[in-house]
Design a protein around this ligand. Structure first.
Ligand code: ATP
Length: 494
């Protein structure tokens, strides 16, 4: 469609211009063709345009021969030149076709025609939520029982409030964003993102956690303009991702999941290129490049001036991060930024990101809970295209945690004793893991005292050989597993 429509439009304009050129001139100069039929033909825009240009040229030729001025406003009253009809036709068509063009442009930009009625409603809405685009709801034909959590509802309310304001002061606002990949060859549609609403202020780093296929990359690819949302909208610095992507690009930085680098260019050349794209030049550009290279440890050993094909995977990753941050990008997306980095590089990368987030908004996807806790002010967990929870890491741990994890490894003949110990400490202790002698139990913090656990283990050790044991507070990883498995099993049930 992308190629066929412009080709047809081009052929139409070219063909109708050619026809208008030969027909109008012959009809006018032949004098036999009825004048009113010429006016009817002028309804075709190319014909009225040609007629207007023809008349202007006739007046101009006469003016050059006689020394008189060319066409005057008063000549519109002269019926023989047909200029008044031409002007009326052009103005009326302009008034009619402009809204029609706007409509088709709009329908194409939301990727889903939403009907003339909804656009008119949007324009006429008395007290409009001015930035919300009424688009067709995705025919979400699953029967998932929506049991929205309070934090998700609160985030939705914040989004609603923010959308009422013209200058929100928020860096990113997502309004019920959805993405459906239409199934090909008889395959069913894939609902990758099912109505994401969130509001991100400046200076915040939001981490998106989720199992493989949760929809994290699909969300980011909509936000950076790689793909169009099926419905819903998002605003980056108050610019819509449907209509203002050009403006968004000026202040956006992206570190994609797969490094997109030119093998033959050096790291420094990459940064110079992207710096210039962000309108940096001269000494400001040199300074920014130097700073970026330093922040991701690419100055050591002349790495900055080596071609990227000679870089290790980790060096490429660090360069991608530097590219995403150069030029004072105000909103930065990082898709699994530390994948493939060794621990030292990861730590220096985290320092760079921490420094960078002071005055920008960062959206970061990751599978590393440690990274999420170190870098992110807020975290959300996404499962099967839906947000399951959102909040500060400590809040989430407190909400979904509330228990200690007792881990113990013995030889398999003593597994029964370990189970007895856990149940004696807490009759409703929950076994969450059991594999060849290693068992894990969740013990409610409110019902168990740490001192009792230590005493019970000491007693057990007198009778049984305990190879290893540990008592840990709930970690983000526990929260993640709990939320993700809980959501997946509720999806399976529904
Ligand atoms: N172009 C596409 N066409 C069809 N389905 C797609 C397409 N891209 C992604 N999907 C599907 O959409 C779902 C979400 O994919 P996405 O890549 O967004 O997940 P993710 O959370 O980023 O996963 P990961 O952590 O593995 O990167 C998956 O089931 C995936 O198979």
């Amino acid at each position: 469609l992308i190629f066929v429509v412009p080709a047809i439009a081009y052929l139409y304009i070219f063909g109708s211009g050619l026809m208008a050129g030969s027909l109008i001139r012959n009809f006018l100069e032949g004098g036999k063709f009825p004048r009113h039929w010429i006016t009817v033909l002028e309804i075709i825009p190319a014909f009225s345009l040609y007629r207007g240009l023809y008349e202007l040229s006739q007046y101009a030729i006469r003016a050059s021969e006689t020394g008189n001025p060319g066409i005057q406003w008063s000549d519109l009253n002269d019926h023989t030149n047909g200029m008044r009809d031409v002007m009326i036709i052009i103005i009326v068509e302009w008034l009619v076709l402009l809204p029609v063009a706007y409509y088709f442009d709009y329908a194409a930009s939301v990727g889903n025609s939403s009907g003339l009625l909804s656009i008119i409603k949007r324009l006429l809405r008395k007290n409009p939520t001015w930035r919300r685009i009424a688009v067709n709801e995705v025919a979400d034909n699953d029967v998932h029982v929506e049991m929205e959590k309070l934090d998700i509802i609160k985030e939705r309310e914040t989004v609603d409030q923010v959308l009422q304001q013209r200058n929100s002061g928020y860096a990113v606002v997502c309004d019920d964003l959805k993405k459906v990949y239409h199934g090909k060859d008889g395959n069913p549609d894939k609902y990758a993102v099912r109505g994401l609403s969130l509001a991100l202020p400046y200076g915040e780093c939001l981490g998106i956690l989720g199992p493989n296929g949760a929809g994290k990359s699909s969300f980011i690819s909509m936000m950076i303009g790689f793909s169009k949302p099926t419905s819903g909208n998002a605003f980056v610095q108050d610019f819509s991702i449907h209509t203002d992507m050009e403006n968004i690009y000026n202040s956006m930085g992206v570190c994609p999941q797969n490094d997109m680098l030119w093998e033959m260019l050096t790291g420094r050349e990459h940064l110079q290129f992207y710096g210039r794209l962000k309108s940096l030049s001269g000494s400001a550009l040199d300074l920014a490049v130097e700073e970026s290279l330093r922040s991701v440890n690419l100055l050591l050993g002349g790495a900055a001036d080596k071609q990227v094909r000679k870089y290790s995977g980790g060096m490429k990753r660090r360069l991608s991060i530097a590219i995403s941050l150069i030029g004072d990008a105000k909103v930065v997306y990082m898709d699994e930024p530390s994948t493939g980095l060794d621990p030292a590089s990861r730590k220096s990368l985290w320092t760079a990101v921490k420094q960078a987030k002071q005055d920008r908004a960062i959206i970061l996807t990751t599978h590393s809970m440690e990274e999420a806790e170190v870098l992110c002010d807020r975290l959300c967990i996404m499962v099967d295209g839906r947000l399951q929870c959102i909040g500060r890491p400590k809040e989430l741990i407190a909400r979904y945690g509330g228990y200690y994890v007792l881990t113990m490894t013995t030889s398999s003949e003593f597994e029964r004793e370990v189970e007895d110990l856990a149940l004696k400490l807490l009759p409703n202790a929950r076994k969450v893991y059991h594999l060849s002698g290693t068992q894990k139990y969740e013990l409610s913090k409110q019902q168990v005292r740490i001192a009792d656990v230590f005493m019970a283990v000491e007693n057990l050790k007198r009778r049984v050989e305990v190879q290893a044991w540990g008592l840990a507070d709930t970690t983000m990883e526990d929260v993640f597993v709990k939320v993700a498995t809980g959501a997946q099993s509720s999806d399976e049930l529904s």
